[in-house]
Ligand binder design. Sequence first.
Ligand code: NDP
Ligand code: 8X3
Length: 252
Amino acid sequence: MKKIALITGATSGIGKATAQILAENGYDLIITGRRGELLNDLSLNIRSVTDADVISICFDVRDMNQVENAINSLTGKWTEIDLLINNAGLAVGFEPVHLGVVDDWERMIDTNVKGLLYISRLISAGMVLRRSGHIINLSSVASRDVYPNGAAYCGSKHAVQAITKAMRIELLQYGIKVSSISPGMVDTEFSKVRFKGDQDRADNVYKGLTPLYAVDIAEAILFMVTRPKHVNIDDILIMPTDQAGTRDYHRR
Ligand code: NDP
Ligand code: 8X3
């Protein structure tokens, strides 16, 4: 039987590329996000180019009721999730704390930290019963280091790293793998979301350098999930060649 992966935030960027690569490599998929139309488009696209079975569920990871209803709506084979990719996440705003926007902080912490916990609570319980599974959390280079105007985002990704490490220990006795992947700059909708739709500002982030692309992260995730049973990749820190750490870039 094919393995089943649930991916949060599959409507764009890293989540979408990961859905595509997993479908090409023998997974059936539960793709999720808030933008239902994009989920439908992705399902159709994946079904047309692979033999993967795909279902989509539309919900907001910040709302535990929505998360519970979504997961409880799964039936049959879809209840036995082998791989959870906790990818949904965002940065919003770019101000120092003393000028920060409280609503931006809440969106980041509620999505990146609490949303990840909500989904993990429900999916990992089933993995424990079955004594198998793999959870991969989208962390960031911002989980290791910080940069000005990113305090809340960096704080949220430091939290992802801590949660990942604790879950790794909690789930050790059940044979469940837990990993994080920590990218530097990836050219997705990330900067457009951070700058609240300002495309020029978003484009400037990548000006003069070659960033990572979503497929680079998807390929690393594929590597993580195709290791033998006795191998757990705890974390991958993956950077553009043109970026060293959170503040050093080589722009031409
Ligand atoms: P995108 O903006 O392209 O994708 C983000 C995805 O998250 C979308 O599919 C979005 O779907 C989903 N999402 C956001 N908020 C919610 C929510 N409340 N409920 C459900 N889904 C949500 O960005 P990336 O692909 O770059 O980001 C993916 C992950 O990678 C994030 O966790 C990010 O922090 C991390 N990351 C990104 C880096 C980068 O430079 N791009 C670097 C390091 C880590 P929808 O809007 O449809 O709900
Ligand atoms: C996103 C990477 O450090 O450029 O996690 O904000 S960063």
